[in-house]
Design a protein around this ligand. Sequence first.
Ligand code: GLU
Length: 475
Amino acid sequence: MKPTEPSFRESVDIMFNRAVALMDLSPGLEEKIRVCNATYTVRFGVRLRGKIETFTGYRSVHSEHMEPVKGGIRFATSVSQNEVEALAALMTYKCALVETPFGGSKGGLCIDPRDWEEHEMEQITRRFAYELAKRDLINPSQNVPAPDMGTGEREMAWIADQYRRMNTTDINANACVTGKPANAGGIQGRVEATGRGVQYALREFFRHPRDVAAANLSGTLEGKRVVVQGLGNVGYHAAKFLQEEDGAKVTGIIERDGALHDEAGLDVEAVKAWIGKHGGVAGFPDATHHADGATVLEAECDILIPAALEGVIHLGNAERIRAPLIIEAANGPVTAGADEVLRARGTVIIPDMYANAGGVTVSYFEWVKNLSHIRFGRMQRRQEEARHLLIVSELERLSRDTGTGWELSPDFKDRYLRGADELELVRSGLDDTMRIAYQSMSQVWHERADVQDLRTAAYLVAIDRVAKSYKAKGL
Ligand code: GLU
């Protein structure tokens, strides 16, 4: 990265400032929204392998215009106050854009989870959770963490259990964290939610011919060449769904140890299995391996999906990125400087605060489920089936009685008669959320002559909602 590149936190602020310059906010409100309300730093010791290991963690609260505040907890060596604050700010805007009733927060622990055994990770996670919970930085009504890089269902289950032990009479204890395993208060479809959201975002994008044309593309997702950077939870699910369900061709996969490229399309499942077994993409038999991942990041393709760390597209490589469409599955993968360069070149960027909002959207459903203490669909499913059966039986009777000989195909009957289960409801809610949020962004992009990109449009929609909520509170 060139030395002139701003930090991640500054990058988010630059993008925010570009948007507020086009708004008419009351004096001081702009600053109030931009700043991070508080960041708590915790240093704690855990006795491991015969000695005390000290860890540093953070939980940053960016905006409490709505509570609880929401955002993941990241376990990575890159974690710093700057990073956590940038991510917390993005959570505020993300939640506002997709209309999940939360403020923004983010946490992180500076650790490489691969350095520790499972039981050690449990000790460390529980201790971190204890430190946060006793300060209400984990709490169903105030601050609700979720998975992020380096964390998943396992960590969320430990955190929930830790909170429960400390709050034995809290009937809503399960709602203190989202992304829990299905058998421990979780919801169907949360694990793949962010990747699924990326798929729904792209589907919605391709429903807008004008937007597609702005990216110099045409048609649908069918046959589009996709390059994915990072085959973690988000990148893997996005690539898999786009390949299996939309007919896109995954021509490139970039990982820590280089990249794979195949114009005919890579088998995402096979690559994932290879990484699981060998720890990287090197040696994968059915594709060309490039030791330098940049070769594939800069390769010709239709859609580039950065799905790992922030800042991977920066001033040093932005000029060489050839994809006409970038969808930011990761948070902050394009720096403010690179954003400028790409915008000038006409690259369309579907911004992070929208593109990866599938995770927090399904987290919202999980939180609601936990608070209502009932699985989605439990009351309606069979009743819905009974009513559908009524229609089908009546149609069949009419066909018989009038002698028309019409027959409903067995496939139609099966599908129509089946009442929606939790997973179907989650998908429907996520799809609806992603469609509506895209439309609100796209509308601003096209209606305002001073808005030239989707990111600025997204910020305008989000900031306007946050501002309105502050105003309603009398601030
Ligand atoms: N860590 C995810 C994000 O950055 C999910 C947050 C959540 O579900 O609260 O959006």
